[in-house]
Ligand binder design. Structure first.
Ligand SMILES: *Cc1c(COP(=O)(O)O)cnc(C)c1O
Length: 429
């Protein structure tokens, strides 16, 4: 296949961009070869600069749940642009999006908009510390919560596939209050709580998506909620990936838990840079200007981004695609497992709502350790055959594939054929 223009841009891009990218996963390091440069996208499809068209399962790592260039969303963006780009003062649309978001999450009275998931989470951590007057936090190995210093330990896909233990440049002092527990292992949480009196919060991805898709067991998540409640530790549920993805609202409701603080990003901005954190009044009133926890942003609540978020969520609510996502994901799971069986390839498939993830391993994947038993060389082969057959997947074994409302029966048929070819190639390795 022709990738000449991508190759040219990737080579040229090295001069003034770091590795020719602005986020490491885009460099395709873990699958090798040249990363695609994208020209445009529409509906379920994305087109690279060489004119190759792919069915898009990356969807910008989540935000494009309605597929690309939804008509209604685009109309709303155009309308907003005509009024100006940013004012440094509040606008009506911020109130609108805040209302939609708060109504979608039980127990969320107030929300603050920021510009990314990273920012939402780091602010939520600060808020938990301010509210509890404690410093320590617990995070789970393999969960990713953005690239802020305190959370950049045992942080999942980006680091896992680069085999970095954390990151250079993060001072020990910045992570000395971060305790690591194991996903789906309540004892590992209990131990930290017994040994530390000053834990402000536990932060968790309600459905892990950054070490591949991993669901918490019901006992684990219920115990975690109970344990944090009993010890007056806040539970921060990082729904940056899962928010509005498996239902209109959060995964926390599907898991039958309620967060103390919820973090959002990705879908909430519909493709524009929006993050958010929200909680009940008593907690949110700690935030400036009402309270003493400082957090600010020149472009926070940007009018174009708000318009895009509102339109995306409106279309999403009306369309209510969640049952269809479930069906499609189930279908895709079967396609993957059947192909693996036919070609004698060890494969596990985990999924939740519109997130799905095959792991090339014979072990059931329940945490970071079992996820890492996956054969990443097999994934590499699989990935490139899928590209050749016109299917764009996240370029890492440990990134979730996403479904959009625009994925058609025809797209799924094409994906099935590609999967069969790719699995055959993996078997021939
Ligand atoms: C993507 C993601 C983040 C970081 O969001 P950015 O917008 O990339 O900063 C944080 N938490 C989770 C669970 C994510 O999936």
């Amino acid at each position: 296949m022709k990738l000449e223009k991508s190759i040219e841009l990737f080579t040229k891009g090295q001069k003034h961009l770091v590795g020719a990218v602005n986020s490491p996963v885009r460099a395709f390091k873990s699958v090798g070869g040249v990363p695609l440069f994208i020209d445009r996208a529409e509906g379920s499809k994305i087109v690279d600069v060489d004119g190759n068209e792919y069915i898009d399962f990356v969807l910008s790592y989540g935000p494009m749940i309605l597929g690309h260039r939804n008509r209604k969303v685009e109309k709303a963006i155009k309308k907003a642009i005509k009024k100006g780009y940013t004012f440094g003062a509040s606008t009506k649309n911020e109130l609108k999006l805040a209302k939609i978001v708060c109504n979608a999450f039980p127990g969320m009275d107030k929300v603050r908009f920021v510009n990314s998931g990273t920012e939402a989470v780091l602010s939520a951590i600060r808020l938990a510390r301010a509210y509890t007057n404690r410093d320590k936090i617990i995070k789970f190995a393999g969960c990713y919560h953005g690239h802020s210093d305190a959370l950049l330990v045992a942080a999942g896909s980006g680091l896992a596939t680069l085999s970095l233990p954390g990151s250079k440049g993060v001072p020990n002092d910045a992570v000395k209050n971060t305790l690591i527990a194991e996903y789906n292992n309540i004892e590992s949480v209990k131990k930290h709580i017994e040994e530390n009196k000053d834990i402000a919060a536990v932060i968790i991805e309600p459905i892990a998506g950054n070490m591949g898709v991993i669901q918490p067991t019901s006992e684990f998540i219920q115990e975690l909620r109970k344990l944090t409640y009993e010890n007056s530790i806040l539970l921060i549920v990082d729904e940056v990936m899962t928010g509005f993805r498996s239902k209109f609202g959060g995964a926390q409701e599907l898991l039958n838990i309620e967060a103390d603080i919820t973090c959002l990003g990705k879908v909430v901005g519909g493709g524009f840079p929006v993050g958010a954190y929200g909680a009940r009044n008593e907690i949110m009133e700690m935030v400036a200007p009402l309270g003493e926890m400082y957090q600010a942003g020149t472009l926070s609540g940007n009018p174009i981004a708000m318009a895009c978020g509102i339109a995306t969520l409106k279309v999403l609510k009306k369309r209510n695609p969640y049952k269809d996502f479930e069906k499609t994901a189930k279908n895709l799971e079967k396609i993957l497992l059947d192909a693996a069986k036919e070609h004698g390839v060890d494969l596990q498939v985990n999924r939740f709502g519109s997130m799905i993830n095959p792991f090339f391993t014979s072990k059931k994947v329940i945490d970071f350790k079992t996820a890492q038993s996956s054969d990443t060389d097999k994934f590499k082969i699989f990935f490139w055959k899928m590209i050749e057959k016109g299917v764009f997947l996240p370029p890492s074994q440990f990134e979730a594939w996403f479904l959009s409302t625009e994925l058609s029966v025809k797209d799924l048929e094409k994906t099935k054929k590609a999967i069969n070819k790719a699995m055959k190639k993996v078997a021939e390795m």
